[in-house]
Design a binder for this molecule. Structure first.
Ligand SMILES: Nc1ncnc2c1ncn2[C@@H]1O[C@H](COP(=O)(O)OP(=O)(O)OP(=O)(O)O)[C@@H](O)[C@H]1O
Ligand SMILES: [Mg+2]
Length: 394
């Protein structure tokens, strides 16, 4: 692989000596005399490795560490320190610098350090490649915040034990993604996953959809029909937007869950099933219970595991990881060469309030990938909602 090294030093002679040396070792080399020049290369995604002087005409070199920390393909930074600046160097290492080298420069030591940085870059590229291949095939749950870690832990236990779960959270927070994740990792994977979007089923049809009917059960029932509950036997029944389920059916569902059996409409035979129920809702079910619009007993029966997904604005630390996930997913799909997001664009993504949560973030990145011809996504590729929020501070 070829790695591009950016040498940031305001002393031209020093910069040229280092550049020439690295070129002779087969590296592509760029040079910058100021932080501003360095940022231009970084924002275009052109620097894999940065050799960074500490004191530059327009600021403190190691500031680049924090600025680039959240990039998806963060450059590897080697700091050049004056003799005796050990505490500064230690601080820089804590902030993610790969290495530091003291002046006067020993070129062989520098080469060793750059080679090590090159290996790290190659490893990250390989990892991103693998992740991109994976992200194209499946949605997976990304989350490092304590709240998400706990939800994922509870989801794993739900999956392994086969208990019912109620998945709540505002629109676009990943309720369906989580239900499918539970299915995928659980004891019922490979069996049926039956997804019922409750609002899409007319109230009069709900019972026969869920429990099926015998021929002649009602006008128009010419054939026997197997209900979705029966189709889900041994697997999972996912009741999405369960708040839309008619009240009388809520009672019948509760009975079927408790007795693990039901009768088809117009039928006499008791049908036994073994089904794990996952239900999702973005409405406040407690409020609906208070208004008599949702059954309290069903609520508690479903809520054996309680998975409440936070809005994206409450888990902003996860935004860079999610951006990386969607970037890999959409570039893999379109074959685009985009590798990163500029620090200022990432900051705008972190600062935005995300009323549409992860779905909105996914759409913003998908759009940016389509509209971006550069190797990095910058502010001008983001949607107007995100950009307007920068001006108004929303
Ligand atoms: N944890 C996650 N990891 C990766 N992608 C996610 C995650 N959560 C959500 N998404 C993305 O966000 C989109 C919306 O998620 P999902 O459909 O599960 O939301 P929802 O909570 O069911 O929303 P609604 O209440 O509007 O139905 C998904 O298509 C997926 O791309
Ligand atoms: Mg949903």
């Amino acid at each position: 692989m070829t790695a591009t090294v950016l040498v940031v030093d305001d002393e031209e002679t020093a910069r040229l000596v280092v550049s020439e040396f690295l070129r002779s070792k087969g590296y592509e080399v760029l040079g910058a005399g100021t932080l501003a020049e360095a940022r231009q290369f970084i924002n275009k995604g052109e620097a894999d490795i940065i050799i960074l002087d500490v004191r530059l005409p327009d600021g403190y070199g190691p500031n680049l560490l924090t600025e680039t920390a959240r990039m998806v393909n963060r450059p590897q930074i080697i700091i050049i320190t004056a003799h005796g600046e050990i505490s500064m160097a230690v601080e820089a290492m804590k902030n993610g610098a790969l290495d530091f080298i003291e002046k006067p420069l020993d070129l062989l030591e520098l080469e060793k350090s750059v080679r090590r940085a090159g290996e790290t870059v190659a490893m990250h590229r390989e990892l991103n490649h693998l992740r991109a291949a994976q992200a194209g095939q499946e949605e997976f749950i990304v989350g490092e915040t304590p709240a998400m870690k706990q939800i994922i832990d509870h989801a794993r236990r739900t999956a392994e034990s086969g208990i019912s779960a109620l998945i709540t959270g505002p629109t676009g927070t990943g309720k369906e993604v989580l239900a499918r994740y539970i299915y995928k990792i659980g004891i019922r994977s490979g069996k049926a996953f039956v997804d019922i979007n409750c609002p899409a089923i007319p109230a009069t049809m709900f019972e026969s959809e869920l429990f099926g009917h015998e021929a002649g059960a009602f006008t128009g029932a010419t054939h026997k029909k197997i209900g979705l509950m029966e189709v889900a036997d041994n697997g999972i029944l996912f009741l999405d937007e369960i708040a839309s389920m008619p009240l009388d059916l809520q009672a019948k569902l509760l009975r079927a869950i408790e007795e693990r059996s039901f009768r088809r409409l117009g039928g006499t035979v008791l049908i036994n099933v073994d089904v794990q129920i996952l239900a999702a809702s973005n409405r406040n079910l407690k409020e609906m219970i208070a208004n008599g619009a949702f059954r309290e007993d069903l609520y508690y029966r479903l809520k054996v595991a309680d998975l409440d997904l936070p809005p994206l604005s409450a888990r902003k630390q996860d935004i860079p990881d999610l951006v990386g996930h969607f970037l890999r997913k959409f570039t893999a799909r379109s074959g685009s060469q985009i590798t990163d997001v500029t620090p200022r664009a990432m900051q705008a993504l972190i600062d935005y309030s995300w009323p549409g949560n992860i779905r909105e973030l996914s759409n913003v990145i998908e759009r940016a990938v389509i509209f971006c011809d550069d190797p990095t996504i910058d502010l001008n590729h983001l949607s107007s909602d995100v950009l307007n929020a920068i001006d108004t501070g929303a």
